[in-house]
Ligand binder design. Structure first.
Ligand code: C2O
Ligand code: CU
Length: 457
């Protein structure tokens, strides 16, 4: 049996089926041993955790997904708090869009926000005109609409969000997941899509979207500490998105099978989801209740605060956990570093004085220009006092090294956390022409200047 998420707040108790559900959770010491597994009995009154509703496909063709997204003001419950926010199709998180590699995705955005907006397809290498970035391209005006359409060439868990008035609109509820399935993947019994957002951020962002609070409580699909009830004995593919403006979500003792750009070269056991990051876990549902917590993090890295509760798992049926799914991990080694550097970014600044890339503050930047078809080695040094998740539009990147050390296996991402004083070297195949935004995905940092443009022509 394999456990994928470790209960860090649990009590030693007889198996759940031998005691009445007392509806209480006691805090206790972790006492997991093979001989006497500890069990958490989750209170049943916690809200039930389910995936966000999926969008309806308006195109009957098998290789096309056509969806209408209406962005409009929406009052919603962020945990216990009523928020005067926004939503796509009246739901937060927005509808999950589910397609397969090779499908054409067509999304008609109807803007009823009363504000200009756009949709950016985070992590998807779209043609520049479909990127939704509020740079060059005009936003979709209030009352207007725009149809995005492109072919999905990458498998993975992606997301969509405005890229105009970004920190404010994302904070208020405009975000959703785009799942692109690879038909070659082995089937699982079910999937769970989880979107995390900082619970306090939503309200904080109302007055001042540039604040970057470190969440001490997380919304999971809009709920505080909900209860997930997977059938035991089943394998679940859990897709995670950190949609928060500034919060880090760290999970340990998990079976991570994928990050931003689909399946990893091999499974890993921990993941740090910076703002904008995605990951996928394989969950083998066993009979025991568990409490899932996040390792506390701040913009300065792991912190000494207590573990943050996320959600509880109360599997039904009392069956043993199934065996591992055999994912087609590539096992590929990293590309050797070519040794030269084509482009350098130095991250500097501070919360007080704003954030900069190469001493430039958005929007007063000079784009870097690279040749279409070239291989670009980008070296990023973070000499500022905070972590910054770097995100590039239009093209993915491979991590060549972190502080001079190559990853153990090939690692392709579109969002990568860069810690304080760290240097990372990235390899980009500049195969997508456009004026691509390149920025920190802590949205208040991006708005405070940490954004530039990489022109591919
Ligand atoms: Cu998720 Cu430039 O964005
Ligand atoms: Cu930043």
């Amino acid at each position: 049996m394999t456990l994928f998420l470790v209960a860090t707040a649990c009590k030693v108790a007889p198996p759940a089926d031998s005691v009445p559900d007392t509806g209480s959770v006691e805090q206790g010491m972790t006492a997991d041993t093979a001989a006497s597994p500890s069990t958490t009995v989750l209170p049943t009154e916690r809200p039930l955790l389910v995936s966000p509703a999926e969008a309806t496909d308006l195109d009957p063709a098998p290789d096309a997904l056509r969806v209408v997204l209406v962005a409009a003001p929406h009052t919603w419950m962020a945990g216990e708090q009523l928020v005067d926010g926004f939503a796509y199709n009246g739901q937060v998180p927005g509808p999950t869009l589910r397609a397969r590699v090779g499908d054409t995705l067509t999304v008609e955005l109807d803007n009823e926000l009363g504000l200009d907006t756009s949709i950016h397809w985070h992590g998807v290498d779209v043609p520049f005109a479909m990127d939704g970035a509020g740079w060059r391209a005009a936003p979709v005006a209030a009352g207007g609409s725009f149809t995005y359409s492109f072919v999905l060439q990458q498998a993975g868990t992606f997301w969509y969000h405005p890229h105009f008035d970004t920190a404010h609109q994302v904070d208020r509820g405009l975000y959703g997941v785009l799942v692109v399935e690879d038909p070659a993947d082995p089937p699982v019994d079910s999937e769970l899509v989880l979107v995390f957002d900082g619970a306090a951020e939503v309200e904080a962002g109302k007055e001042d979207p540039t604040v970057d609070p470190t969440p001490s409580r997380w919304l999971v699909n809009g709920l505080l500490e909900p209860r997930w009830e997977p059938p035991s004995g089943q394998s679940v593919r859990v897709r995670l998105l950190n949609a928060s403006n500034a919060g880090y979500l760290a999970l340990e003792d998990v079976r991570v099978i994928a990050t931003d750009q689909g399946l990893l070269s091999g499974p890993e056991s921990s993941v740090v989801l910076a703002p904008g990051d995605r990951a996928e876990l394989e969950w083998s549902a066993g009979p025991d209740d568990r409490e899932i917590t996040a390792v506390p993090w701040s913009l300065a890295g792991p912190s000494a605060f207590p573990a943050v509760p996320l959600f509880g798992v109360a599997a039904t049926g009392g069956l043993a956990a199934p065996g591992e799914v055999s994912w087609p991990f590539s096992g590929d080694p990293p590309t050797p570093d070519p040794g030269r550097t084509d482009l350098r970014y130095t991250f500097t600044g501070s919360a007080e004085n704003g954030w900069e890339i190469n001493g430039q503050t958005w929007p007063e930047i000079a784009p870097d220009v690279v040749a279409l078809g070239s291989e670009v080695v980008l070296e990023i040094r973070n000499v500022s006092p905070a972590h910054h998740p770097f995100h590039l539009h239009g093209m993915v990147f491979e991590v060549l090294s972190v502080d001079g050390v190559a990853p153990v296996a090939r690692r392709v991402e579109d969002t990568l956390d860069i810690s304080v004083q760290q240097t990372v070297r990235l390899r980009i195949e500049a195969d997508n022409p456009g004026d691509w935004m390149s920025h920190c995905h802590i949205l208040p940092h991006a708005e405070d200047g940490m954004m530039t443009v990489l022109t591919v022509q």
